[in-house]
Ligand binder design. Structure first.
Ligand code: ADP
Length: 401
């Protein structure tokens, strides 16, 4: 049973083809710089795990439609999908599902127009996601397609967590509320953490930290998400590679008055020039770590600020969850940066979180428990796999519809 997962951006299409009988990856790749002179397709094929054979083709890809055709052709040429009839379904990542989508939806004309109506809430992402669905529908009209939303897992937030303390008409007329993102990843790692601990997810209270280029925390009570750090947009919450996270909104008005920058220019600064990059000049945590190790005080400050912000969220979510069973680290930084995991858990013994420093330093691949023998709370690294979760939700959605 083959399922293709597509993540369509404004100038890229990423894909993975799964065999859902054993969840193996049959092919993976991406087309980047669509519509630009450097457009290229990179792909990988399994050659006997874990090595994948990699190839790059530089070729003109003027638009998403041709991008999809190119992906279909490479899947055919390499034998990963010799016959399009073998494809059970296509699952699409869609960033914003607003209040309409609490779970994945089989693509229909009504679902397409609902995603279109949500464009004002996600002007950078939903148009590209929609385009990806449209070209896939055009090219493979007989294959069932499912939209899986980044916001859906957070739709269980209670109103006291998702409302902002601003006039209620801004919520009613303009949908200004907390939505949260990275939901597919938070749900996947929570499920995997439950499996790893050998307990049902609905018996566990968890804090999940997705720390990649973007970063967010989620408070999960008995399997249900009750709060998350990203808000109306992915700008709120934790410090990220180039996003500022939490900020006094009055800073924006002050900057408009004092610098003459436009609202759009400040938006760009807060999204693209802030976070780790704003503090120390580097947005990649590996580079920040190396700078800090060489004694760069700005990089050292960036790491302290990054971990301090996370600690504040751990404390807040511990308070609202009541009992905490596990803290999950995931994403490129959560999975790989032991110094960040150590910094986030340092001094949290009073909350029952005690790291085993050796286990933290030595963790290499796969799921791992990092807490000491006396820690009341499990401290886990759980590698995320959003594509596999989209494929699974696609299959479940189709079998229930
Ligand atoms: P995205 O959010 O784009 O999916 P990732 O989840 O891949 O990003 O995370 C990217 C981040 O992970 C970068 O900041 C990168 O430096 C960091 N990262 C990856 N590997 C390591 C490592 N070994 N040590 C420290 N940071 C790492």
């Amino acid at each position: 049973m083959k399922v293709l997962v597509l993540n369509s951006g404004s100038s890229s299409i990423k894909y993975q083809l799964f065999d859902m009988r054993d969840e193996s990856v049959l092919a993976a790749g991406s087309i980047e710089q669509i519509g630009e002179p450097g457009s290229h397709l990179s792909y990988a094929l399994p050659t006997g795990q874990p090595e994948m054979k990699k190839a790059v083709q530089t070729l003109p890809v003027p638009d998403h439609h041709q991008g999809f055709q190119r992906i279909a052709a490479v899947l055919k040429e390499t034998g990963a999908l010799a016959n399009p009839g073998e494809l059970h379904a296509i699952g699409h990542r869609v960033v914003h599902g607003g209040e309409q989508f609490q779970k994945p939806a089989r693509v229909t004309p009504a679902v397409l127009s609902a995603i279109r109506e949500l464009i004002p809430l996600a002007p950078l992402h939903n148009p590209a996601n929609l385009l990806g669905i449209e070209v896939a529908l055009e090219s493979a009209p007989l294959v069932p397609q499912v939209a899986v939303f980044d916001t859906a897992f957070h739709q269980s937030l209670p109103s006291h967590a998702y409302r902002y303390a601003i006039p209620k008409k801004l919520y009613e007329a303009h949908q200004v509320r907390r939505y949260g993102f990275h939901g597919t990843s938070h749900y996947y790692v929570a499920k995997k953490a439950a499996e790893f601990l050998g307990k049902p997810l609905d018996s566990l209270n968890l804090i999940s930290l997705h720390l990649g280029n973007g970063a967010s925390a989620a408070a999960i009570q008995q399997g249900i998400c009750i709060d998350t750090s990203m808000g109306f947009t992915p700008l709120e919450g934790l410090i990220m590679g180039t996003r500022c996270g939490d900020l006094d909104p009055a800073i924006i008005f002050y900057l408009v008055r004092e610098t003459g920058l436009s609202a759009g220019e400040i938006e760009t600064i807060l999204n693209k020039e802030s976070g780790l990059k704003g503090i120390c000049g580097a947005n990649d945590m590996r580079a920040v770590g190396e700078l800090a190790e060489r004694g760069n005080p700005e990089a050292q400050l960036a790491i302290r600020m990054y971990c301090y912000r996370i600690k504040k969220y751990i404390g807040a979510y511990h308070a609202v969850l009541g009992r905490l069973d596990g803290l999950i680290f995931t994403g490129g930084i959560g999975e790989n940066a032991d110094f960040i995991r150590a910094g986030c858990c340092e001094g949290l013994d009073h909350l029952g979180l005690e790291m085993n420093n050796g286990a933290n330093r030595e963790r290499r691949l796969g799921c791992a428990a990092l807490e000491s023998g006396t820690s009341r709370v499990k401290i886990l690294v759980i590698p995320t796999n959003e594509e596999l979760e989209i494929a699974e939700q696609t299959v479940t959605c189709l079998s229930s519809s």
